[in-house]
Design a protein around this ligand. Structure first.
Ligand SMILES: Nc1ncnc2c1ncn2[C@@H]1O[C@H](COP(=O)(O)OP(=O)(O)OP(=O)(O)O)[C@@H](O)[C@H]1O
Ligand SMILES: [Mg+2]
Length: 330
């Protein structure tokens, strides 16, 4: 049996603001094996970043609240341990690459010192010389000459800054990396380079990765599995080749694929999914996608469970649930 680096069971997260309670994540289950890459896709506001922040235990204090479930990272329940223990896990067992490299880096600290800091916190047995050597290695690993470690973030281009963020995230060789739209802030050519770099490093270091993205193209390039998130729930999960064969998919996933521009087919307009994401301050029951779904029926008012439609491919839709009389995949 393969080793699990991440196990999330029935996770629900709420934000309690002065104006409303936002139900950001609703009963989410997710597993990741060692070395595996899972793409988490879904439109804006689906709860992707909230899920990653819950894993890192960095939800905004007093506002963000876990209302159900648990998260186990490398065998440790992250909400059952002390903050001091969590500090040992962050950066060492699991680290996060944020979307915007500039806000992730400290503008008044050299990049070398920023890489050094994370190594010093976690690798207490290393001597000063060994730490310096490791900093140089990490710089070179992400393709930046080590002699530039004395420079500050503003002296680097956007793509280079993101490389430094990745070097920091990988410096202590974590078992799991949470990459939240790591290439969205970069231009297209740098995006491709960055993805190749992440994939290569991940292969070499055996790191598992949760890759959060809007972009199915990115998922196709580097992920083995994909989870589609809608209004706080995973509504589809499976191996990339099963999702990309475009057969027997959740109606929302079909809508996502249809909304991708196709260079071969000339259309006057892009196919948007009709309707809007539901108001996140309303607690939803039944299928979250039903109000926008052309197949919606009375059955969709009941809470929907994940149905395994073929080995490893799960869909949260009653059309696939034979017990409920579904016949979508026959
Ligand atoms: N600090 C916060 N306070 C209140 N609501 C929040 C907070 N952070 C996020 N939310 C709300 O929680 C929901 C999920 O947000 P989240 O950032 O997880 O979405 P996302 O899937 O990462 O979206 P995007 O693709 O735009 O990054 C949204 O409705 C968002 O407005
Ligand atoms: Mg986000």
């Amino acid at each position: 049996m393969s080793e699990k680096v991440l196990e999330i069971k029935n996770l629900s997260v709420e934000y309690n603001t002065e104006i409303a309670t936002i139900f950001a994540v609703n009963g989410l289950d997710m597993d990741l094996d060692a070395g595996e890459t899972l793409g988490l896709v879904g439109e804006t506001g689906a709860g992707k970043t909230t899920t990653a922040k819950a894993i890192m235990r960095i939800l905004p204090e007093k506002v963000g609240e876990i209302t159900s479930g648990n998260i186990v990272v490398d065998g440790k329940d992250v909400y059952a341990i002390s903050e001091a223990e969590m500090c040992n896990i962050r950066g060492k067992v699991v680290s996060m690459v944020f979307q915007d490299p500039m806000s992730a880096l400290n503008p008044i600290m050299t990049v070398g010192d920023q890489i050094k800091e994370v190594i010093r916190i976690h690798e207490k047995k290393l001597t000063k010389e060994q730490i310096d050597k490791k900093v140089d290695e990490m710089m070179e690993l992400v393709g930046i000459p080590a002699n530039r470690k004395v420079e500050y973030p503003h002296e680097f281009s956007g793509g280079m800054k993101q490389r430094i963020v990745i070097a920091i995230a990988l410096a202590c060789e974590p078992k799991l990396i949470l990459a939240d739209e790591p290439t969205t802030a970069l231009d297209v050519t740098i995006q491709a380079q960055m993805l190749a770099l992440i994939k290569d490093l991940q292969r070499r270091l055996g790191t598992a990765m949760l890759l959060i993205t809007h972009d199915f193209g990115v998922v196709a390039q580097i992920c083995e599995k994909v989870a589609v998130m809608y209004a706080g729930e995973i509504i589809e999960y499976g191996p990339v080749e099963k999702i990309f064969d475009h057969e027997n998919l959740h109606p929302y996933t079909i809508g996502l694929f249809r909304s991708i521009p196709n260079l071969k087919v000339k259309t006057a307009r892009l196919n948007a999914i009709d309707g809007m994401m539901p108001d996140p301050s309303v607690k939803l029951h039944g299928c979250h996608f039903a109000p926008r779904c052309k197949y919606a029926s009375e059955r969709c008012k009941a809470d929907q469970k994940m149905i395994e439609t073929e080995p490893g491919h799960f869909i949260r839709c009653c059309r696939f649930d034979k017990e409920q009389g579904g016949s979508a995949n026959e």
